[in-house]
Design a protein around this ligand. Structure first.
Ligand code: NAP
Length: 313
């Protein structure tokens, strides 16, 4: 890292986002002896940190906790010299040869940027959802599951997140109902098998949540059957929402090419529409969003950034 006249700090590469894609990119650029700063606004590891057990990342036949995998990836990247700061990016200036990334704490200048901001859980957008957030409405089973000991709760969604988080929640709750808008699940078959045979899990098919009600905390959920039109109010002490993800790319709107959902468009070398700007992992437009694919993208983006810097000099 070099200080430049304005008090800004100068790096070869700035990585925005410290999940598996960002930590892998940092490992590779540091080993390529590029000065590297990784900026992360929350926990290193990103969504991995809230995953109880990762079973589909190769090399760990018995699985590994998301917390442990995060810690190991962070340690490995830092071992080769990657610097990291816990700051939120406020503004990015990506055009031209010298890029500038502004956070709440500082301005960082660099030759190449790798965006690895991942995704966040989508909100359902029903009455009561925001009002009862933290008072029974949750988006993270590993964070909040223990608060629902011996409770009856609802889990909304039919994808991998809904099923893996529901299975985790069965450790705490008396029982839970998965509310899904169709009569077939989207989740990976092995999670379907486990959820469908778990005695603590019931399913409410073809149903959508219309409202969440309560007083100081959640007391009930209003559900509509989309086939029959029937509306029921069901008692629940908690509602976990897993209805998909949204890319964390809002602060980059208008700066580079994205699809209509906000995912960054890259080519197979992780190059974006802006020279010297690369993107990797869940925030990009791609088929499969997993730790394994994020790690692969991170390595590719780092190598492409190294090549870009070499050719520029
Ligand atoms: P997802 O695959 O997009 O599934 C979202 C679920 O929510 C779908 O079942 C969808 O229904 C439902 N949904 C969406 N909008 C809704 C609405 N307005 N009202 C009611 N239901 C709604 O999202 P995800 O489960 O968070 O997974 C995201 C990515 O992370 C996937 O690539 C997944 O494989 C990955 N992931 C992997 C693991 C793992 O491998 N261990 C764990 C978690 C996540 P429809 O099915 O009808 O569209």
């Amino acid at each position: 890292m070099k200080m430049v006249n304005s008090g800004s700090k100068q790096y070869d590469v700035v990585i925005i986002g410290g999940g598996p894609a960002g930590l892998t990119a940092g490992l590779y650029t540091s080993r390529a002896r590029l000065t590297t700063l990784l900026i992360e606004s929350a926990l290193y590891g990103g969504q991995m940190t809230t995953t109880e057990m990762v079973e589909n990342y190769p090399g760990f036949p018995e699985g590994i906790t998301g917390g442990d995998l995060s810690r190991l990836m962070e340690e490995q990247a830092k071992r080769f010299g990657m610097e990291a700061v816990n700051e939120e990016v406020i503004e990015a200036k990506l055009a031209g040869e010298r890029k500038s990334i502004q956070t709440s704490g500082a301005t960082y200048l660099c030759d190449a940027v790798i965006i690895c901001t991942g995704t966040e859980y989508r909100k359902l957008g029903v009455p009561g959802e925001l009002e009862f957030r933290g008072k029974g409405v949750s988006y993270c089973a590993t964070c909040d599951g223990a608060f629902f000991k011996d409770n009856e709760i609802m889990v909304v969604g039919g994808g991998d997140s809904a099923l893996t988080e529901a299975l985790f929640l069965t450790k705490f709750v008396k029982g839970l109902t998965i509310i899904h808008r169709r009569d077939a699940l989207r989740a990976t078959k092995i999670y379907q098998e486990r959820a469908l045979t778990n005695p603590k899990i019931k399913f409410l098919w073809n149903s959508v949540v219309q409202a969440i009600k309560g007083d100081q905390i959640v007391r009930s959920v209003v559900v509509k059957n989309v086939k029959t039109g029937e509306i029921k109010e069901l008692t629940a002490e908690g509602v976990f929402m897993f209805v998909g993800l949204e890319p964390r790319t809002h602060f980059l709107k208008g700066l580079l090419q994205m699809d209509d959902r906000g995912y960054i468009v890259t080519n197979e070398d992780c190059e974006t529409s802006v020279k010297g700007v690369f993107a990797a992992g869940d925030c990009t437009k791609k088929l499969l969003r997993q730790i394994a694919t994020a790690v692969g993208d991170g390595a590719t983006a780092a190598f492409a950034a190294e090549k870009y810097i070499d050719e520029k000099e």
